[in-house]
Design a protein around this ligand. Structure first.
Ligand code: AMP
Ligand code: MG
Length: 408
């Protein structure tokens, strides 16, 4: 009996929360891109830390303006000026630049463009609103307030805002150690000549390295292992001692040289094998010693789809990241017929686009075979077709899930 995708994902996430014991470390703000916060970040200061001007213009008191729309100029304040000893006579205004400190007595800063200069002073042409063009203390971040929650992946905008708080170091979760290897007598390393005329390149291990790098993991690359049950067993055992998570590709199907699953059974525990999804039915999940194990199917498209849909949430959970609603999914009409057989959940690849009526629609990338990597090129989304659904005609609604950052 095949497991449904939802059951498989639930099992994986449960195992991840039991295995969750991430270490933390301090890193410099500059090195924190894509890392995950291990504790909430609290603002050490108010930002802005003083009231300041949002414009180049004039600081005024409302009481002065109510007396006269023409005020003589008493001086200038520049960004960076210390105004603790400022002398600002009643009945005058001050020239002030963007970012310069606004005196406490000022009720507003008036844009230069809304004034006219004359020999006797500045003419204020428009109605004046209290507080206009003043950026108030703590308006962006309050001292002592949580500005980033625990479990947040740090992006450039977030790090940029932390820089405004003067934060130089952050406590993040340590990198997850992931051991990988490929199985298959047919595999040659990219960069080398193919070993014989039935050989292929080991593209999966290359892809896994890219995916794991993007997810900020520490990769232990154990290379290509031939289809030999003892060698696979030895490598699996060694991998489980080196890493928190072991990922293999190939050898988990029902062929006579598919030894990975048997080795897993002998060394550890299989939690499940085979899911009602397409591509990626033969996906093995289990545990060897303290390490979790994911055996990905060998076909390159299956490797990528199962990694994205199942290994990605596993790694996010193991590294303390909140599984946010970052995976945007919604229903749109398909502009092409879609071939689908009943019984498995399909993760077809598509292009979400805007048609000539300005409406969103999805088109298939064409042939969807799990060996056809071209089906992923140009795609920007998965077309997720429910298990019990059959062929789908042009114009029917389908669920589309936009690729997240991992595939971009
Ligand atoms: P397997 O799961 O080992 O039966 O492999 C299924 C298909 O994927 C076969 O056509 C393999 O040649 C191919 N394959 C297996 N491993 C890799 C790999 N590392 N890179 C590219 N293709 C692979
Ligand atoms: Mg194989």
């Amino acid at each position: 009996m095949l497991l449904t995708f939802e059951q498989a994902k639930k099992n994986i996430l449960e195992a991840a929360s039991i295995n969750y014991h991430p270490l933390t470390k301090k890193v410099a703000l500059f090195d924190a891109l894509d890392r995950v916060t291990a504790e909430p970040i609290i603002s050490p200061i108010n930002v802005p830390s003083f009231n300041n001007s949002a414009m180049d213009g004039y600081a005024v008191r409302l009481s002065d303006i109510n007396q006269s729309k023409l005020l003589p100029l008493a001086g200038s304040i520049f960004a960076g000026d210390d105004i603790s000893n400022l002398n600002w006579p009643i009945g005058t205004c001050l020239r002030i630049m963007t970012g310069a400190p606004v005196p406490d007595e000022a009720d507003a800063v008036i844009m230069q463009e809304q004034t006219e200069q004359s020999k006797s002073g500045i003419n204020f042409l428009h109605e004046i609103k209290i507080g206009s063009n003043i950026r108030y203390i703590g308006e962006d971040a309050k001292q002592g307030a949580i500005v980033v929650t625990k479990g947040t992946r740090l992006t450039i905008p977030t790090l940029s805002s932390l820089a405004t708080l003067g934060i130089a170091e952050i406590t993040v979760f340590d990198k997850l150690k992931v051991a990988i290897f490929s199985t298959g007598n047919e595999l040659s390393d990219i960069g080398n000549p193919l070993i014989n005329n039935s050989a292929i390149y080991d593209s999966n291990r290359f892809t896994l390295k890219l995916l794991l790098t993007k997810l900020n993991c520490q990769i232990i690359d154990l290379g290509i292992i031939e289809d030999d049950p003892n060698k696979i067993k030895q490598t699996l055992e060694a991998a489980s001692k080196l890493a928190d998570l072991v990922i293999t590709s190939g050898g988990v199907s029902v062929g006579d040289a598919d030894y990975t699953k048997t080795a897993l059974e002998e060394l550890g525990q299989i939690k499940f094998w085979k899911i009602a999804i397409k591509p990626g039915k033969p996906f093995a999940f289990g545990k060897i010693g303290d390490a979790l194990f994911c055996g990905l199917p060998g076909n390159p498209v299956s490797t990528l789809v199962t990694f994205y849909q199942l290994v990605q949430p596993l790694i996010l959970t193991l590294t303390g990241q909140n599984l946010l609603a970052s995976d945007l999914s919604f229903k749109v009409k398909t502009a092409t017929n879609l071939k689908k057989s009943v019984g498995r959940l399909d993760f077809q690849r598509g292009v979400l686009q805007v048609n000539s009526d300005g409406e969103l629609e999805v088109v298939s990338t064409g042939q969807q075979g799990s060996h056809l990597t071209q089906s992923f090129n140009q795609a920007n989304c998965f077309i997720i077709l429910e298990q019990e659904r059959g062929n789908i005609a042009k114009g029917e609604f389908v669920t589309v899930e936009l690729f997240n950052n991992l595939l971009k």
